[in-house]
Design a protein around this ligand. Structure first.
Ligand code: GDP
Ligand code: MG
Length: 656
């Protein structure tokens, strides 16, 4: 593929609810441009955009694809994003590097949840956008209904209809465009109404045209085209277009509209590019997708990664079309390209030159909130699993990996169940590590509630050399410290050289706990008396004596189970607040308060961690995927007495 001048480049992003037809639209555009000889079908797994194994199997997009299309000398870089909520990270990063978003809607389903969520993301950046109402060939599709839904769902936007859809459902036969020549007589009046609405909504975009409009003059097509272009670029209006992929209708009009109206990239002064995606390809290795903002990037040169302050050798640069690569010598300002096998660079990093450094605004991803414990099926694969997971984290900034030292589990967190399933599949398919997964164990702890004084004696007489250790230990609750050991021994009843053995014995035995096998914390131990034998006493004997003392003490000191508590911040649209608070109450949560943030309520609550392990799934169900949340560990609290006995029994059973 040749290299295009900045003014002949358009970067757009296909966004919308899953199944609205984004990938089919990209495929149809490729066909119309002569780039493929037949239109692939998502369900047949043969589209250019959905080429990953996981996409072909599931018939959905899970990863953003880059699909450049040439239209009358203009290169339109399409980023085809997934619609399923688990993969919102892909949408966020794609929206970061384009000049406009094309919201694709289903003519039957209309404005669905994910469309609303993505609309808010585009609003945050004031990104210019166009709506495309698709699937108008389908039974029960209704263009007017979807237009009305758009106006209701996004009351702050000024929608302008650029076309009239002709025919309905199976009889849908395409669109009459307001700028097309020879408009059939029967549509002339309706088109005039649309033109008048466009003039009213967009005249402000150009001063001269505005004067004419205010003088009551009718605007001609040239003037209308001019204000459309300017108003789209400023996000003053949102044009609506129509079509059907099943019948390849409305597609030529859409690409023409995009080429005419989406702003070309504005080149930045300093040489710079932003990395917005990383993909671990089984053949090419790590692939780094970058969007150039200023300057020209060339193959086989060095580039400075200003985020990490390292030089990276850029080998062969290439453009991608789905999975197909086309080498290039240069990448012009505004264009999107790929480079393989970089060492240090990660998604969100900036490339520039070392003498004129710049760091572009990075990409903010949602925090992973659904944890899952993973371990290799075959022992000995631990290292392999570790490095494979590290590469998958590179690829997807919405997953994270953490080792829980208390439960000794590797915790993989993500945004949803499907995403985590796919991580599991990739581990097997790409990296050859089969894994087992389960809900993470909660790192419970144990502690004592009252002070006790206990004796521990280890005495054995077996032939010659015996064993003798004898201690008196005080155990008391100690909220300030996890573990504390002191001694108050008088008159050498226990010689000094055995103190460390006593402490070591206690440190080890508390890890095993007493009630349910969880570490005992917040206890102060004081060694205050005991006795010894000049021949038979040993470090081992004192260690065992301390262990015995602990076991007796834990039994007497009213040992209880403690659970980790997190502070959760749950962000939901106002309408769901009641349900969400009710649910937090059933989860033993304490609601601390709520705060209005735009059209959202942010609810703060303290909740036991055990109740939050699957919260991501519950919240999705309760709010149709509109809610988000974060949690922060704040400390331990005693498990309430009413559930403690059954929980202890359950935890013991798990360990057997
Ligand atoms: N009848 C009909 N089906 C369509 C149309 N566009 C897409 N589809 C089908 O809808 C399903 C989802 O399409 P896809 O392109 O994967 O949607 P995406 O999730 O937005 O990328 C696929 O089975 C497509 O074949 C259309 O205009 N009419
Ligand atoms: Mg898709």
């Amino acid at each position: 593929m040749k290299s295009y001048d900045t003014k002949n480049i358009r970067n757009i992003c296909f966004v919308g609810h899953g199944g609205s037809g984004k990938t089919s639209l990209a495929e149809t555009l490729l066909f119309n441009a002569g780039a493929v000889s037949r239109i692939g079908k998502v369900n047949d797994g043969n589209t250019v955009s959905d080429y990953l194994q996981e996409e072909i199997q599931r018939h959905i997009s899970i990863s953003t694809s880059l699909i450049p299309i040439e239209h009358e000398g203009v290169k339109v870089n399409i980023l085809d994003t997934p619609g399923y909520s688990d993969f919102i990270g892909e949408v966020i990063s794609a929206l970061r590097v384009v000049e406009s978003g094309i919201l694709v809607l289903c003519g039957v389903g209309g404005v669905e949840v994910q469309a609303e969520i993505i609309w808010d993301l585009m609003d945050e950046k004031q990104l210019p956008r166009i709506c495309f109402i698709n699937k108008l060939d389908r039974e029960n599709s209704n263009a007017e209904r979807v237009v009305d839904q758009l106006k209701t769902a996004f009351p702050n936007a000024r929608f302008v209809q650029m076309q009239i859809p002709v025919g309905k459902e199976a009889a849908f036969e395409g669109v009459i465009d307001i700028f097309q020549s020879n408009i059939p007589d029967k549509y002339k009046d309706d088109i005039d109404i649309l033109k008048e609405a466009l003039a009213e909504a967009a005249a402000e975009a150009d001063d001269e045209v505005l004067m004419k409009y205010l003088d009551g003059e009718t605007l001609n097509d040239e003037e209308l085209k001019l204000i459309t272009q300017k108003a789209v670029a400023q996000n003053m209006i949102v044009p609506i277009l129509f079509g059907s992929m099943e019948k390849n209708l409305g597609v030529k009009e859409l690409i023409q509209f995009i080429a005419d109206n989406v702003p070309a990239p504005a080149p930045a002064e300093k040489k710079s590019a932003l990395v917005f995606k990383t993909l671990a390809d089984p053949y090419l290795g790590k692939m780094t997708f970058f969007r150039v903002y200023g300057g020209t990037f060339a193959s086989d040169t060095m580039a400075y990664n200003s985020t990490r302050e390292v030089e990276e050798k850029m080998g062969q640069l290439f453009f991608l079309k789905g999975k197909n690569q086309e080498n290039t010598l240069n990448v012009q300002p505004g264009d999107i390209a790929v480079v393989a096998k970089l060492q240090e660079t990660k998604t969100g990093d900036t490339f520039c030159t070392k003498d004129k450094p710049v760091i572009l605004e990075g990409i903010t991803f949602p925090t992973p909130c659904l944890p899952l414990s993973v371990r290799p099926k075959s022992k000995g694969d631990e290292d392999k699993l570790g490095s494979a997971l590290a590469r998958l984290v590179d690829e997807d900034p919405t997953i994270s990996i953490r080792k829980n030292t208390e439960t000794k589990q590797t915790i993989l967190s993500g945004l949803g169940e499907m995403q985590l399933d796919i991580v599991g599949e990739k581990l097997t398919r790409k990296f050859g590590v089969a894994v087992e997964t389960e809900t993470p164990r909660v790192p419970y702890r144990e502690t004592i509630k009252k002070m006790v004084q206990v004796e521990g004696k280890h005495k054995k007489q077996s032939g010659g050399h015996g064993q003798y250790g004898h201690v008196w230990i005080k155990m008391q609750p100690n909220p300030e410290k996890d573990f504390e050991f002191t001694e108050e021994v008088f008159g050498g009843s226990v010689p000094k050289n055995f103190f460390p053995a006593v402490e070591k014995g206690l440190r080890e035995i508390i890890q095993e706990g007493y009630l349910a096998g969880y570490p005992m914390t917040n206890v102060k131990f004081t060694l205050y008396d005991g006795s010894y034998h000049s021949v038979d006493s040993s470090e081992m004997a004192f260690k065992l004596a301390a262990t015995q003392a602990f076991k007796k003490g834990a039994e007497m000191a009213n040992t209880v189970l403690m659970e980790p508590i997190v502070e959760a911040e749950v962000k939901v649209p106002d309408a769901f607040m009641g349900d969400v608070i009710g649910d937090l109450n059933t989860k033993r949560g304490r609601v601390l308060g709520m705060e209005l943030e735009g059209k959202f309520q942010v609810i703060k609550a303290q909740v036991p961690q055990s109740e939050m392990m699957r919260y991501s799934i519950d919240l999705k169900a309760m709010t149709q995927g509109r809610g988000t949340f974060t949690t922060k560990f704040i400390g331990y609290e005693e498990v309430p007495a009413r559930i403690s006995d059954s929980l202890v029994a359950q935890l013991k059973a798990q360990q057997e």
